[in-house]
Design a protein around this ligand. Structure first.
Ligand code: SAM
Length: 442
């Protein structure tokens, strides 16, 4: 057998590939991390397990110094390192927040504090942390509208809604920002620009940990659940890991404990939640490849559901209103394991023949009505799946053309491309499953 073709060589090559894929480049020598570590040490935190590093797939993150075992504490960050609404209230901003009516939200307090501390530069006691924060963010709320328009329809709608909300957040608190003028010699409008607030909003949205606070009366009724956790917020997300993360009232530290093990010199991940790729892109500005929670949404309007059904069906309007009344119009999806039960059920109901229509309740409960109904609904689901495959391919071509023409938008376009590529893979997996299910009826 020629050298290097055997089983052992294949396994060795695979191992090498796996480790080079996840191997990080140590960044602990960088001045921002040296300063951050000093700052953390002053606040009684010293890290023994992790090193800041840059990884090929995920960018900047944290690497294990030693192997981490199940049940081992990965990081335990003292309360004094956390930036929460308590920090803001105790600061020079506290008096302004307490007297402002109607009471500002906890989110506004955190964003205002971030903008002001960043503006303070060298004068800020949070400078070592601020220096490690991204200068810009990759979330769709920061994208050019022409790129947002390339997103799958349900996500596009959410991204547009989110942008409107952030813009309103900015305009509705202009008076509050003006009230802070006594703190500055320069005009406050030059400090609280939309881009400064957007940066602060993205910082909180993409990096904050969950930390429940008692509700202070100086804040509006929105739950006060966010805190920034310097250094700990360098941990990237993986849908495949499990950790326990919470504030420990006894130790007064925010603690993360490993639930799965991690080998030495590998990237240490936490799980931000069982999020699909739309949520990851919208809220965190990235797409996870091979994400088990990823799915393709059949958009909210019913046009696509009825596209392959006979237009002569007299009961169609009634069927659609039943689906609407029973909340079967939203969250219809294709996943890695085929069409969701909800999607199949909605299509089974739409495919009922005139004589079967009275059985619609049984369909919603999951009963099989007839072989014909099973077969027709599978055929229609398959056609819808193929329609989405064509759409994904067309979008991928469009994005690829734009990448050549709009070089300045390459990062945003690459994210859109990754999303459509993942959607295409899911649809192809679903189409294969549907094809094999269809053969049981031939
Ligand atoms: C809490 S921060 C994690 C640290 C971050 N990578 C950094 O350099 O500051 C969350 C951000 O990290 C990035 N991120 C997290 N997990 C990722 C992943 N699996 N792949 C790519 N980017 C990821 C996203 O930009 C996300 O908004």
């Amino acid at each position: 057998m020629p050298k290097g073709r055997g089983r052992t060589s294949r396994i060795r090559r695979r191992k090498l590939f796996r480790s080079s894929e996840s191997r990080g480049v140590n960044e602990s020598y960088k001045s921002e991390f040296i300063e951050l570590k000093k700052w953390l040490k002053d606040r009684k935190f010293e890290d023994t397990n992790l090193i800041p590093a840059r990884f090929p797939g995920t960018g900047r993150g944290l690497m294990s110094k030693t192997s981490l075992q199940v049940g081992q504490m990965i990081i335990s960050l003292p309360e004094s390192c956390l930036l929460s609404t308590d920090t803001v209230i105790r600061s020079y901003l506290g008096a302004y927040i307490t007297k402002w009516k109607p009471p500002p939200s906890p989110l506004l307090a955190l964003c205002t504090f971030l903008v002001l501390e960043k503006h303070a530069g060298d004068q800020s006691s949070w400078k070592p942390y601020l220096e490690t924060l991204p200068k810009t963010y990759t979330c769709p709320v920061c994208w050019e509208p022409e790129v947002v328009n390339l997103l799958p329809r349900p996500l596009r709608a959410k991204a547009q809604e989110q942008r409107t909300r952030v813009q309103e957040f900015f305009t509705s608190f202009r008076d509050f920002f003006s009230s802070l003028q006594p703190l500055f010699s320069e005009a406050v409008e030059n400090i609280f620009t939309y881009s400064a607030l957007l940066w602060a909003w993205c910082t909180v949205n993409t990096r904050a940990v969950y930390l429940r606070h008692r509700q202070l009366r100086c804040f509006s009724a929105e739950p006060d659940t966010c805190a920034l956790a310097p250094y700990l917020d360098l941990l990237n997300h993986s849908p495949d890991v499990q950790v326990k993360a919470a504030f420990n009232e006894k130790t007064r530290c925010y603690e993360i404990v490993a639930v799965s093990s991690c080998r030495k010199h590998e990237e240490v991940f936490i799980c931000y939640g069982p999020h699909d790729n739309h949520r990851l892109l919208l809220e965190y500005g990235f797409v996870s490849t091979r994400n088990p929670h990823a799915c393709v949404y059949v958009s909210r309007d019913v046009d696509i559901l009825v596209k392959y059904l006979p237009s002569t069906d007299k009961q169609m309007n009634k069927k659609i209103s039943i689906l609407k009344d029973h909340d079967f119009i939203e969250n219809l999806t294709f996943g890695w394991d085929g069409p969701s039960w909800r999607l199949l059920t909605a299509l089974k109901l739409l495919c009922l023949e005139a004589g079967e229509f009275t059985s619609w309740k049984k369909v919603l409960l999951g009963e099989i009505i007839s072989d014909t109904n099973e077969k027709t609904s599978l055929d229609v689901t398959w056609k819808i799946c193929c329609y989405f495959i064509e759409e994904s391919n067309a979008m991928l071509q469009k994005v690829s053309r734009m990448k050549n023409e709009e070089v300045a938008l390459i990062n945003q376009l690459t994210l859109v491309e990754t999303l459509w590529t993942e959607e295409l893979k899911i649809l192809q997996a679903s189409a294969a499953i549907l094809s094999s299910l269809q053969t049981t009826f031939t």
